[in-house]
Ligand binder design. Structure first.
Ligand SMILES: [Zn+2]
Length: 347
């Protein structure tokens, strides 16, 4: 079968790889229908992260082909969403809803585990990992599938930023970032009842227009100290009480920490790269820092119905669709910021 393989900086190709097999009784094999390219794949693509060669991709949906003898929750033919980490569903962390900390869990594409940008994958701990979109396992309507795919990672990551920040009805929230996670965080704030969302966005007007479509009331295109001043001005001079960081760069962190109001909360979901934080000033301003890696599996049960009934349509983050054969072009276009997020049609 074919799958995307990372071969070193800016090298992605569609290679012949071994067919998936049921190695453990808790495994399932999923035939992948759609996959996505994540901002974190882009860090890898740019040479920061994974060792080469390695299979890549961790956002995917598809149909169960085969299950091991111990699998109970899914059967061949079921249409499933695959969260960006696998998890056993039974350890003390999974039972608390922190599947990202699962004692037996892990990332796709690491060691001998398959990855998501390919024709199929073996899924470990199928009962703890896979989520059917519909209770009977049937395939949802075509229109909702891109949005359901975003629940594997990108939307649930933006949602996690908002949940961890405690966003609720009546809140004014600032979201920093102009990528797909930032857009999803804006939409998540609206879903959770925020009354006003300010986006520290982009110098690109098309991205800022997307931010407004996703629910931002105001989009500020300045960066750094200028953004801090502008957003303080929009929040009565004292700064926002809840700030969602959706980038992960040192500049973005220094911006969110500088703008946050006294007693406020910074919630970060951008994977930090080269970021160090001086705690002293945050202590004296009573700023809470939270966030981290989203337990996507935990959020799926409540968010799938919101997609299916049309309450949210986060699949609009996909601004271009590529066949699997053009996976290399999808990465190049995302790297050059020609697309916000590529959708990969596999089958
Ligand atoms: Zn677990």
């Amino acid at each position: 079968m074919k799958a995307a393989v990372y071969h070193g900086m800016r090298g992605i190709s569609l290679d012949e790889v071994p067919d998936p097999v049921i190695a453990a009784s808790t495994d399932a094999i999923v035939d992948i229908e759609y996959a996505a390219v994540c901002g974190s794949d882009l860090w890898t693509y740019r040479g920061q992260g994974a060792k080469a060669p390695t299979r890549i991709g961790h956002e995917f949906v598809g149909t169960v082909r085969e299950v091991g003898s111990a699998v109970r929750s899914v059967k061949p033919g079921d249409w499933v969403i695959v969260p960006f980490r696998f998890s056993d569903g039974v350890c003390r962390f999974c039972r608390r809803g922190w599947e990202t900390a699962c004692l037996n869990g892990g990332f796709w594409g690491r060691e001998s585990v398959d990855a998501g940008q390919g024709q199929a994958a073996t899924v470990p701990y199928a009962d703890g990992t896979l989520v059917k979109a519909l209770p009977d396992g049937s395939r949802p309507d075509e229109k909702s599938i891109p949005s359901l795919l975003t629940l594997a990672d990108v939307f649930t990551t933006g949602y996690h930023a908002a949940v961890q920040a405690g966003v609720g009805p009546g809140d004014v929230v600032t979201v920093v970032g102009d990528g797909a996670v930032g857009l999803c965080a804006i939409m998540a704030c609206r879903l959770l009842g925020a009354t006003r969302v300010i986006n520290a966005g982009s110098t690109h007007e098309d991205r800022n227009r997307m931010a407004r479509e996703f629910g931002a009331d105001v989009v500020v295109s300045s960066r750094g100290a200028d953004a801090v001043g502008e957003i303080r001005g929009l929040t009565g001079g004292s700064g926002p009480d809840r700030v969602l960081e959706c980038v992960g760069s040192p500049q973005s962190f220094s911006t969110v920490l500088a703008m946050c109001a006294k007693g406020g909360t910074v919630s970060y979901v951008g994977i930090p790269h080269g970021v160090t934080v001086e705690m002293g000033p945050l202590f004296s301003r009573d700023v809470t820092i939270t966030g981290g890696m989203s337990p996507a599996h935990h959020y799926l049960a409540s968010l799938v119905p919101d997609v299916l009934d049309g309450t949210i349509e986060p699949g609009r983050v996909f601004t271009a669709t590529y066949p699997l054969e053009e996976i290399s072009r999808a990465y190049a276009d995302m790297d050059a910021r020609r697309v916000i997020k590529p959708l990969i049609r596999v089958a």
